[in-house]
Ligand binder design. Sequence first.
Ligand code: SR1
Ligand code: MG
Length: 420
Amino acid sequence: MLDRTAYLALDAESLPHRLGGRPELLDRLGPADAWQVREVGDGNLNLVFIVEGPKGSVVVKQALPYARVVGESWPMSLDRAFFEHEALSRLGTRDPGRTPELIFFDPAQAMLAMEHLTPHKVVRRAFMAGEELPLLGTHLGLYLARTLFRGSDWCMPTLARKADLALFAGNAELAGITEELVFSDPFKAAPLNRHTPGLEDIASAFRADRPLKLAAVEMKARFCTCAETLLHGDLHTGSVMATPTDTRVIDAEFALYGPMGFDVGVCLANLWMAAFAQEAHRADARAAGSYSAFLLATAGTLWRTFEADFSRLWAHERTGILGGFDLFEAQGDEGGATVALKTHLTGVWQDALGFAGMEIIRRILGLAHIAEFETIADVVLRARLERRALGFGRHLALNRWQIPSIEAANLLAETERTRP
Ligand code: SR1
Ligand code: MG
C-alpha cells in the first residue's frame, strides 16, 4: 500500500520550491528561482501546471483527491495518476511519438511531469477557432490502429496480456465513472445531469425511450465485458493536442481493458459533435458548412486509416494468443484469415457507432459537457444544435448494424446537422 500521508496539492507559488531539487527539471528548465508557473487545467479532474524556465518548459500534472468538476463532495482516488503513467508508457511504445515524453512520475504525490507540447493546441479549441488540422485524421487513425492492435490478444502473448489485464483492473473507480456517466445517467433522472434550457422534452423522452435504453444497456455490456485491448478510455478531442503537422494523445487516466470500438467511437463522436456546433462558431452558414466538411473528412480519414493500418498490422504482427496462422495461412487458407479480419473490423465499426451515439447523448444530457456547445451563449441556438446532435446520436445507437460505412455515417451527420 502506497504511503500518501505526505501528499499535498501543488500550487503555482509552492511548485518551484517543492520540485526545484529535481535534476530532470533543472536540466530542462534552468534554476528554480527563475521558473514561471501557471495553472492551466481546464479538464474535469486534475491540476495542470506549465512551468517555464530560462532553458525550456515542462508540464506537471497532479491528481486531486476529488473530482475537480464537482468539488470535494466527490472524493476520488489518487491512484488514477499511477494508471495514467502506466497507460501513457504503453501507448507511447505502441505508437511512438504520439504521446508526450514522460519526464518523471511521483506516485506519493500522484504527480506526472512531461513534455510541454508547444505550439500544440487542444484540438477542441482549434476546432472552435476554425483551424484546420490536415493530418489529424491520419494521425488518429494510425494511433488507434497501433495502440488497439498491439494491446490486444491478436498481438500480445498470454502471460503478459493477462498480467496487464489484472493490473488495469485496478483502475476500477474510473471505469465505474464511465459506466455511470456514459451509459446510465443520461437515461434516468440522475442528480448530476444537466442540459440546456429548452431540451426538457427530449431529455424526458430519452428517459422513456425503451429501444434507446436497451441500446444503452447493450453498449454498457460491451464496455464492461469485452476486455479486448488496452484503451485510452477517454479519447475525446480535449485529450488530443495538435499542430498542423503533429498530433499527440494526452490524459490517459481512464485507461482500461475494453472493446476497441470504444476509443474509436468516442473520437468519431467528438468530431461529429464539433460539426453540429459549427453554426454557432462561424460567421455564416457557408463557413459552417465548409468547416464541417473538414471535420467529416477528418472522421472519414480516421476510419479508413484505422482500417488500413490495422489490416497491415494484422498481416505482419499477428503473433499473439489469437494469431491464427496455424489455422489459416499455415494450412494454405489465406482467405480464412481475411474473413476473420473482416469480421473483426465489422464488429469494431458497429461498436464504434454504438459508443459514438452514447458519447453524444451523454455530452448533452449528462454531467460532462463539451466546450463547443457550452460556449454558445445564445441558449436557443445551443438547444437547437444540441437537439440535432441528440437525434443523430440516438440514430447511431439504434441503427449501428445498418450503417455500412463511414461515408454513410458522415452523410447522416450532415443531413441532421443541416436539418431545419
Ligand atoms: C467526473 S469526470 C467527468 C468526465 O471527465 C472526463 O474527461 C471523462 O470524460 C469523464 O466522463
Ligand atoms: Mg481527461
